[in-house]
Ligand binder design. Structure first.
Ligand code: F6R
Length: 606
């Protein structure tokens, strides 16, 4: 979603800002802009609709040596994508970039009669509001803090003024902001990836905090101008992790690196010799784990599907445990009840998803213990949960989530085993999970190496269809949902996931030659029932791609067979094939694989 960068130092601000915005491109956006201020208090504002490359062209014809400025990539919420709606927005002497949504912008706008509005954005309202407090005797910081006290909504903002070119003022409420502390320079970013290569020292702003950033340091305060002491932390992401490293797309890199990312997820946590799981950061005693009677798994999109798959494992592992999996944006506003001895597992790759964060806060407000299954270290959700498990999948740059899903399922399964251990479930019952978790990285590696070319070929066969149905039973049902989501996101083929048993309760009416059907099949007690679904499709002239770990004869247009030692966790392997399938279809259709239209990587507005 929208991205913020800022710089104050001795280098050319335009260069630093532009390279920061390039790093944030993966988040999804539709326009970009920067403003820099020179020594004689003149601003250079450059904005472009479309890609950062367009902004880059503008910069190359308007280069300057200014050493302070702010920049932004915008993902439209209020007002269409256009140059006029792109940030920074100006009011008087000040310029503002903003992530988030000002909910009371209409009321505020009605009061700001002295400002002539040129854009359709809520951000220009914020700029005008700050400017209305920016009298000759007022500091920029005071004007910002007065304005923010009237704002309802979420924001991460960076503000500069031609009158005070030696500082950048930033503030945060619900939208991340990180301040990079360098030597004689300070950087600002909404995402740590924009700071990598500049500094590894960072201050993560909390909600309700603001800061005055100068070349020689940072002053933190709350909205009432009370000073706060800054905690400088070390960012641990390296440069390699955010580069393509020879792959055509980040998506293919991220699918391919799953064996390694899984090793990082499992490392030190799966104790194969003892057939045990040892998770470190739960902050729960064995007694507390033993007392858990109800688990609510919360997430959005792919994180929700990871939770759904894991819920089958949790139920299989522990008797007398109720598990519900909820969509964060829905659950948050329901009159839900969580029984005593509940734990909420909050699943998020970015750790910044606004719906998930809002849900976490509501659950916490009700006194429920919250645990995070998070990828992005230091993210807001990771900071606000009571404990949890970092999945350590490394930065996920491509908008479509792949390696995070795999690691989330692994982490949630480990949690299930740990609860089972605490509750005294027999080792016979948990051992197969532990063994398969240990096998997972090598088995996924084998699946990718053996089937990558095959999936590229199979994808060509199905790339020109308009519609797709993904079907699976039991643990393959969430995998079908995830397969459909992945395909629709990057190929734009309309794809729906269903439980195979639901086929005849409605969706079968859709089938015609514009459809293909992905039928997921696993060896086991539901195999024959799943085959019945396949037969029903065949009987109607379907175009079935069957993906299976079974060696049995299967009557389908195309069959992809996986030879794997995984049994319980085989759905994860079948999902990796679906990831490759979606990737190659998107490539065949000539789509922007890493930044699909209309999507944002980290959805920081509700
Ligand atoms: C799908 C996808 C989204 C995210 C969802 C949650 O490929 O990327 O559905 O899974 O927006 O994001 P996180 O996990 O960052 O909370």
């Amino acid at each position: 979603m929208c991205g913020i960068v800022g710089y104050i130092g001795k280098r050319d601000a335009q260069d630093v800002l532009l390279s920061g915005l390039r790093r944030l491109e993966y988040r999804g956006y539709d326009s970009a802009g920067i403003v820099t201020i020179d020594g004689s208090n003149q601003a250079t504002l450059l904005r472009a609709n479309g890609k950062v490359a367009e902004l880059g062209k503008l910069v190359s014809t308007n280069q300057n040596k200014d050493s302070v400025g702010i920049g932004h990539t915008r993902w439209a919420t209020h007002g269409e994508p256009s140059e006029i709606n792109a940030h920074p927005h100006r009011a008087g002497d000040i310029y503002v970039v903003h992530n988030g949504i000002i909910e009371n912008y209409k009321e505020l706008k009605a009061e700001l009669k002295d400002h002539t509005f040129v854009s359709g954005t809520d951000t220009e309202v914020l700029a005008a509001l700050i400017n209305s407090f920016y009298g000759v005797d007022t500091s920029l910081c005071d004007a910002v803090s007065k304005a923010l006290q009237l704002v309802v909504g979420t924001y991460g903002i960076a503000v500069v003024s031609t009158r005070q070119p030696d500082e950048v003022v930033v503030a945060r409420a619900g939208s991340p902001l990180i301040i990079g502390v360098g030597k004689d320079e300070t950087l600002i970013a909404s995402d740590a990836s924009a700071l990598i290569g500049h500094t590894s020292q960072a201050i993560y702003l909390n909600d309700g905090e603001m800061a005055i950033c100068r070349r020689d340091g940072v002053e933190l305060q709350d909205l009432n101008s009370q000073p706060i002491s800054a905690q400088v932390e070390t960012i641990e992401v390296d440069m390699q992790a955010i580069q393509k490293q020879g792959y055509d797309h980040f998506l293919l890199k991220e699918i391919s690196e799953q064996p390694q990312t899984l090793r990082s997820t499992l490392n030190g946590r799966v104790i194969v010799e003892d057939k045990r799981i040892q998770l470190g950061g739960l902050n729960l005693t064995v007694e507390q784990l033993k007392d858990i009677e109800h688990v609510t798994i919360i997430g959005c999109g792919t994180a929700y599907y990871a939770g759904l798959l894991a819920s089958y494992y949790l139920e299989q592992l522990v008797d007398n445990l109720t598990v519900e999996v909820v969509i964060a944006s829905e659950f948050r506003y329901r009159s839900f009840y969580m029984p005593k001895n509940s734990v909420a597992l909050v699943v998020s790759q970015s750790g910044e998803t606004a719906d998930t964060l809002a849900c976490l806060r509501e659950v916490k407000r009700r006194g429920v213990t919250t645990l995070g299954i998070i990828n992005a270290v230091g993210s807001t959700i990771a900071r606000e949960v009571d404990g949890g498990v970092y999945v350590h999948a490394g930065p996920e740059i491509s908008v479509a989530s792949t390696k995070a899903f795999t690691s989330q399922v692994a982490a949630l399964t480990m949690f299930g085993v740990q609860v089972a251990q605490a509750k005294g479930v027999s080792v016979q019952r948990t051992a197969q999970y532990v063994e398969e978790l240990a096998l997972l990285p090598d088995e996924i590696e084998k699946v990718i190496t053996t089937h990558q070319k095959e999936m590229a070929e199979v994808a060509k066969k199905y790339a020109s269809y308009d519609h797709a149905l993904f079907l699976g039973r039991d643990t393959l049902f969430p995998v079908a949902l995830e397969g459909a989501l992945k395909l629709k996101e990057i190929s734009y083929i309309q794809a729906e996931g269903y439980a195979t048993g639901e086929l005849k309760h409605g969706p079968i009416a859709l089938l015609d030659d514009r459809f293909f059907e992905v039928v997921l099949l696993m060896e086991g007690w539901l195999f024959d029932k799943s085959i019945s679904g396949l037969s029903e499709i065949n009987a109607r002239g379907g175009h079935v791609l069957a993906i299976t770990n079974s060696a049995k004869e299967i009557d389908a247009e195309t069959v992809v067979r996986v030879d794997t030692k995984l049994d319980i966790l085989a759905p994860i392997a079948l999902n990796v094939l679906q990831q490759l399938f979606a990737y190659y279809i998107a490539v065949a259709r000539g789509n922007d694989v890493d930044q699909p239209r209309n999507l944002a990587k980290s959805v920081t507005v509700e």
